[in-house]
Design a protein around this ligand. Structure first.
Ligand SMILES: Cc1cc2nc3c(=O)[nH]c(=O)nc-3n(C[C@H](O)[C@H](O)[C@H](O)COP(=O)(O)OP(=O)(O)OC[C@H]3O[C@@H](n4cnc5c(N)ncnc54)[C@H](O)[C@@H]3O)c2cc1C
Length: 469
């Protein structure tokens, strides 16, 4: 039976953008309907942030055991090498995903959100039909589009068979002996590094002349060093040309920087050349909203060009990050409930869970603003940080770096590379959002021994009086 539902707020897409919008709208007492075709949680929870970090975690543990089985380390040795059960790893990861997805369902229920399971297709800006487990026609006063994004495909290397996207890479039941990763952005390198740690032979092909192009070379150099040490071959300035299959053996044909053609043998070819907004297959063309290139155009309140149609998350553009979508989801729900809000963050920090990890918040060297404003800055190495050394992580070339305005010492950007620096992202974002000056960080007692002390020392060093270097 097809229900007809009238709702105050209709949200399409149950990823981090959409489900946060739904929970907040429900909390604010708005009659809210959330439509999701898959499990609740979206790319982030089901096949992105969370499962990738679970696999990365296990890969790190496995690599440590592997290393210790070859040579004792810090007084620990293993008499035999560890073995890997990929289906068990994937089951464990799925357990976490299920727990979190069920958690989102419970939070929606508590906020009295009506959740419909099915695919939404719009016939006009405020009306959609839902087809799936639930079947309904929904009309709404407000529509929040949170349809998210999908992996970009290379037309000459379509997904299928040995050519996989990040989603399949997170559900492998056997470890590929040889893996070729096309694209050295954060998703390709996070997964490539994890699979290398688990034992795959990994080769990376990148069209640009450097890895991790969204981060500056000071930050990406320790990662490149790790790749070199781990025996990962990186072809820079090289382009993938297509799949070559001979007698059921696969290879990726590439053109190298110097114009030569090479075939890279591969059991799996992981294509991670970016993500694109999901703008087809759900009637966006019937909604008369303006576009901004491939993305849906929104203003500083996430309003589209159509009255009371809002859009958030990956659908509206960079940065394609879960926490940006969540912030926009919360904001839009509050605006609909009558609050005065605008999406105007000082910084959306980005983390790269590579080996070592990278975090970047705000202005980095080379940013156009650094040409107009007089800048001061410094870095502090983790080699001089007690916590990093006590974690066995002081020798990977990691550091914290701060950039500030010379005139008033206001901090404009903070970056770090090193083991577990992702956990510093919150402090960095807070400092920028609160408009902290170098003196604010220098005057804050940081707990000893923690990685955060390196941030404190960087502020001191920028002011000319570091204590521990
Ligand atoms: C491997 C990987 C690792 C990542 N790691 C990180 C990370 O560490 N940190 C980070 O911040 N970001 C990470 N990301 C990016 C992050 O996952 C996305 O930025 C985030 O999920 C975007 O949220 P969203 O709500 O905009 O859309 P999505 O999470 O893509 O959710 C959109 C949802 O809408 C549903 N949907 C779409 N159209 C319809 C329709 N018509 N009807 C019904 N349902 C529909 C889809 O099924 C989907 O569930 C990663 C991504 C990948 C692929």
């Amino acid at each position: 039976m097809v229900d007809t539902i009238r709702t105050k707020v209709l949200i399409v897409g149950g990823g981090p953008g959409g489900y946060v919008a739904a929970i907040r709208a429900g909390q604010l007492g708005l009659d809210t309907t959330l439509v999701e075709a898959d499990r609740l949680g979206g790319t982030c929870l089901i096949r992105g942030c969370i499962p990738s970090k679970a696999v990365i975690h296990v890969a790190g543990e496995f690599e440590t055991m592997q290393r210790v089985s070859k040579k004792s380390r810090h007084g620990i040795s293993l008499t035999s090498p560890p073995s890997l059960d990929m289906p068990e790893l994937v089951r464990w990861k799925e357990g976490i995903v299920n727990k979190l997805s069920n958690g989102v369902a419970a939070l929606c229920k508590r906020a009295k959100v009506r959740v419909l399971s099915g695919w939404a297709r719009f016939s006009d800006a405020k009306t959609c039909t839902v087809e799936g487990k639930d079947n309904a026609t929904v009309t709404a006063e407000h529509v929040i589009l949170a349809n998210g994004s999908v992996s970009s495909e290379l037309p000459f290397l379509p997904f299928g068979g040995p050519v996989i996207s990040s989603s399949e890479a997170l559900a492998l039941d056997t470890l590929p002996k040889k893996l070729v990763v096309v694209g050295a952005g954060y998703i390709g390198l996070e997964l490539g590094i994890a699979l290398r740690k688990l034992g795959s032979e990994v080769t990376v092909v990148e069209a640009l002349d450097r890895i991790l192009p969204l981060f500056d070379t000071e930050l990406s150099t320790p990662v490149k060093r790790w790749l070199d040490r781990a025996g990962v071959t990186v072809h820079l300035g090289a382009t993938a040309k297509g799949l070559v299959t001979e007698k059921s053996a696969h290879a990726l044909a590439i053109q190298t920087k110097d114009g030569k053609t090479e075939n890279l043998p591969a059991d799996k070819i992981l294509v991670t050349v970016g993500r694109q907004p999901l703008t087809e297959g759900w009637g966006l063309e019937n909604m008369a909203v303006d576009m901004n290139g491939r993305f849906v155009r929104v203003d500083h309140q996430c309003r589209t060009s159509m009255r009371n149609v809002w859009a958030i998350g990956d659908l509206v553009g960079e940065p394609l990050l879960a926490h940006k979508g969540m912030a926009q989801g919360e904001l839009v729900a509050e605006i609909i409930a009558g609050h005065r809000r605008r999406f105007d963050p000082v910084a959306v920090a980005a983390v790269c869970f590579t080996e070592p990890e990278i975090v970047s918040a705000g202005v980095a060297p080379g940013d156009p603003i650094t040409a107009d404003v007089e800048i001061m800055g410094a870095m502090f190495p983790f080699a001089a940080n007690g916590r990093a050394l006590s974690m066995g992580a002081g020798d990977e070339g990691g550091f914290v770096r701060v950039l500030a305005r010379k005139d008033d010492h206001r901090i404009l950007g903070i970056q770090a590379v090193g083991a577990q620096v992702s956990e510093l992202a919150g402090e960095f974002a807070l400092a920028l959002e609160m408009g902290a000056r170098l003196e604010d960080i220098a005057g804050t007692i940081h707990v000893h021994p923690t990685l955060g002390e390196a941030f404190h020392e960087t502020a001191l060093r920028t002011l000319g009086h570091a204590l521990h270097i």
